[in-house]
Design a protein around this ligand. Sequence first.
Ligand code: CP
Length: 346
Amino acid sequence: MFACSDIIFYDTLANLSISLPVDNNPKVCYSLIVKTKDLLGLKELTADEIGEILDLSAEMKQLLLSGHKKSTRMAGKNVAHAFYEPSTRTAVSFDEAAKILGAVSCGMSVANSAAAKKGENLMDTAKVLSAMKFDVIVIRHQSAGAPHFIAKHVTASVVNAGDGRNEHPTQALLDMLTMKERFGKLKGLKVAIVGDVKNSRVARSNIYGLSKMGAEIRIACPDTLLFSGSDDMSKNYSVKFFTNPEDAVRDADVVMALRLQLERMSGGLVPSIAEYHTLYGVDDRLLSFAKKDCLVMHPGPVNRGVELATSVMDSERSLIDDQVTSGVAVRMAVLTLLTGCKEVRP
Ligand code: CP
């Protein structure tokens, strides 16, 4: 549980009690998504909105791959990055995206911040960033609901870069972009997600996003690594849960392995790392149950030899590097849409 000023929020999905921010001052709508001011999760987005972000992300990826890494789309805008949890891919790619688009990009060192050293609470830190007139605040926080809470109290657009076990929307968007480019579609794809679902915001965002886009999701994990509410999830989304990974990956187009999040476990949820790898590690044997040309994904960072066998990680099947490239493109698209900079500036 996390307490902040007059609001209390909880680090479990079931207890997530933050309501979404109301946009009292809508911007000019260049697109569907800017109506909402913030990007807090995929649960709140429609298939059309997700489709629009993916379309613009695909354009951004072409720009990136063509070597054009200097744009003025976001000239005059500024972006603050507040990462209360470690990150390589998400933090660096948001920074890279903002800089490619011509925005001023400022990272906040949480370890040396007033929050860490002087007792400032999250809300007051967010108000400081808002008073500095940032257009966008990108935040990763260990507590579910932290970005939603901040979004209600600042005029800046807030982007959720991962909140506790709740959501990691830009990760799922980059996963969907990567799949869509490989298969030419998301509708009808069979996507197996194997691993530590209980602690995974990536799994939740992918369930919401992929399901809305017409894919079929199969989850495989030990009972101890399943979240509560999976029955309700199955009723509302196109997802099935398995304990036997062979059943989950059968005929799958994509197998996504999840990181074993030891930092979020109080212990005892898996008998041993070696046993976990034997039962749930994605290796060539497990992939033999999937489609012959099945592709493999992982949000990173990977515990090599734990959730993914090295032979699979380094194989032609692996989309991991492409996922990272897609991540820059998706973040370019999200920043562009939220700041209303979709049109190229002169
Ligand atoms: N996938 C992901 O969020 O990676 P980072 O923790 O490196 O940002």
